[in-house]
Design a protein around this ligand. Sequence first.
Ligand code: HEC
Ligand code: HEC
Length: 282
Amino acid sequence: MLKLLIAACMSALAVTDAVAQQSLLERGGYLVNAVMACDGCHTPRGPAGLDMSRRFSGGSQVWDEPEYLVRGSNITPDRETGIGGWTANDMKRLLTEGKRPSGVPVAHQMPYPFYKILTPRDLDAVAAYSLSVPAVRNQVPAPVYRKPAHTELIPGAEKPFSDEMLKDPLKRGFYLGTIAHCMECHSRRPDGRADYVKWNGKGGYVFKTPKGTVTTKNITSHKTAGVGGWTDAELRRALTEGVDRTGKPFGPQMQRQFYFSKMTDQDLDAIVAWVRTIPPAE
Ligand code: HEC
Ligand code: HEC
């Protein structure tokens, strides 16, 4: 009798565990696929866009900056060319501190400064999900670090939020906008440095690409210089369809609808509400 009871308890525990694990993976999948857009930097691009059959195997995105020359790494569990053997704790340390298990830090092109705000549960979820992808063999050239990079943190986003804080729509919007690293581009000064205080949301940085240049826009609540005059619906459409106020498609940097169109209504509303609170600047 006792044995049976113990067996019943054990299997009930195993079921609860499986459910907890699944919802962790689901939450991680949602954050990665709809908000954090790891694929944009870590999944190889083919002629038809992201090649999901080689998901997370890196190599095709290159950043050649004065401080470093890096490529999106192979973050699949391939033993020789990826991050095979990394534990959830290794991944969590990389995501929030930018340190590999070897101790070698990554360039801040990997947006770890934006991930310090992740709630403990969301950090677990993102680590679990990102470690669950299949291994893909792809040797990515080693990074080159040229000189120390200056890393800034967004005021208020230096440490983990709590689940309780996410119930407040504005805090939730700030949280999502941070992990979607909007300000990586929109608070970059023309000289390339991030400034989340004086340059918060102001735009003005010019991306040079083989196809031409694109200037980051002002997304502060300034009525004319920023998006203060836009309706909520227009802001939402910019995120979910990748078009400006007139319906004209954005350049590649702001073509983020592949991810943001998967966001829940509640989260989209929260991001839009937060954008509206960015102090006006011009
Ligand atoms: C804006 C582009 C960008 C985004 C978004 C991004 N990464 Fe990265 N990541 C990089 C780059 C570039 C590197 C390599 C940096 C280096 O070599 O110094 C990197 C490195 C890493 C590494 C270290 C692997 C190694 O080289 O040892 C891991 C793990 C990682 N990223 C996971 C993720 C996960 C998970 C996400 C999404 C939650 C993510 N990244 C989002 C650009 C990005
Ligand atoms: C990788 C860089 C990058 C990231 C990340 C990014 N943006 Fe943008 N964004 C741009 C660029 C560049 C433009 C200008 C696009 C163009 O003109 O083609 C733009 C344009 C916009 C516009 C249109 C403004 C106008 O006047 O037309 C809005 C609104 C906007 N971004 C909001 C956001 C929000 C909110 C986020 C985060 C959820 C975000 N962006 C993330 C680079 C980025």
